[in-house]
Design a protein around this ligand. Structure first.
Ligand code: UFG
Length: 331
């Protein structure tokens, strides 16, 4: 299939591009480079041994995106492009609603105009809000704690309504849990600008000595050791989940969790990282971070049954691959 990948130079988009090409799909990337580097394109072309058509456009720009749809007859779209920093979304809600909603609506409109019916959307476990894990796709969604999460929930609703109004559409809403790790080549991975917000990129910077210590946000949660529990999934597994979702699309709107079904605490992740990489990660327990929940992990059985997708890589591999990528960084 010929697939448009928006945000294809970002963390999850780049890994998914590799897995799509490995399964003989053709990829066209649109990425406005707001949170990605153009060098990733060259690296992707090196890894896949393919030339990948690339447009540095903003997905909210209907005219520019229209050009792309005129130049290529797509079989499907995987829509990753979006703003994704939880804290920033609280400071700049309008930018988040404007960017994340308009990009999704622009793409959906173009898909309708060009009879592109396969649509895979990058959603998040954050849409579940604070409710008891394991989280299942049929759970009623609860209020999310930040505008970023709200944009994901709203995009899910928009796509669901479009899918119901236009039965030709085949839509998959993928709710990611916590993607970490990196490609085994060590050439692509998560490379946030500035001080990282998320746990794994922060750990790798501390291990490398670029940051002095990790702040562990709270040890008084009702969890195995008091620290937050999350369902970490290797980004390469997550990428394979997208290919499975794309290849199993059928008419209608489908929702899948992409996680491992297992929870890991912050302290467990630190200990595994130290053990497999033989490095120290100094940390200090500090106050809880506003908006965090104690526990969030998936019930991964629907993706297993319907997409035949099971995440294969464990925490040790995630820690090893994240560290390998960090050590390849020149900065
Ligand atoms: N944590 C720390 N110290 C840090 C960073 C994080 O202790 O410096 C803890 C958090 O309190 C939490 C865990 O590590 O318990 C994971 O935190 P992350 O920031 O890595 O991830 P979140 O689970 O908070 O959020 C992630 C994505 C969101 C997405 C959400 C879905 O960042 O985009 O998962 O559940 F919405």
């Amino acid at each position: 299939m010929k697939i448009l990948v928006t945000g294809g130079l970002g963390f999850i988009g780049s890994h998914t591009t590799i897995e799509l090409i490995a399964k003989k799909h053709e990829v066209v990337i649109v990425d406005n480079l707001v949170n990605a580097k153009i060098d990733v394109l060259t690296i992707l072309e090196g890894i896949t041994n393919e030339t990948i058509p690339f447009y540095p456009y903003d997905v909210t720009n209907y005219e520019k995106m229209s050009e792309v749809f005129q130049q290529h007859q797509f079989d499907g779209v995987i829509h990753f492009a979006g703003l994704k920093a939880v804290g920033e979304s609280v400071e700049k809600p309008l930018e988040y609603y404007q960017n994340n909603l308009i990009s999704t609506m622009t793409l959906t409109q173009l898909c309708r105009e060009h009879a592109v019916h396969k649509f895979v959307f990058s959603s998040s476990a954050t849409v579940y809000g604070d409710q008891e894990s394991p989280l299942m796709e049929h759970f009623e969604l609860k209020k999310t704690t930040n505008p970023y999460g709200e944009t994901k929930a709203m995009c899910e609703r928009i796509l669901s309504d479009v899918g119901h109004a236009r039965p030709a559409f085949e839509i998959s809403l993928l709710r990611y849990f916590n993607p970490i790790g990196a490609h085994e080549s060590g050439l692509i991975g998560e490379n946030p600008n500035g001080i990282p917000n998320n746990l794994m990129p922060y750990i790798t910077k501390v291990a490398k000595g670029e940051l002095s210590k990790l702040n562990v946000f709270g040890d008084d949660y009702d969890t195995v050791d008091g620290t937050g529990v999350r369902d970490y999934i290797h980004v390469v597994d997550l990428a394979k989940g997208h290919v499975a979702a794309l290849e199993h699309l059928t008419k209608g709107v489908h929702i899948y969790n992409l996680g491992t079904g297992k929870g890991t605490s912050v302290l467990e992740l630190i200990q595994t990282f130290e053990a497999v990489n033989h490095v120290n990660v100094p940390f200090e327990i500090v106050a809880r971070r506003a908006g965090d929940i104690a526990t969030c992990y998936s019930d991964a059985s629907k993706a297993k049954e319907e997409l035949h997708f099971v995440a294969e890589k464990g925490i040790a591999e995630m820690c090893r691959d994240a560290w390998r990528f960090e050590n390849n960084q020149l900065n």
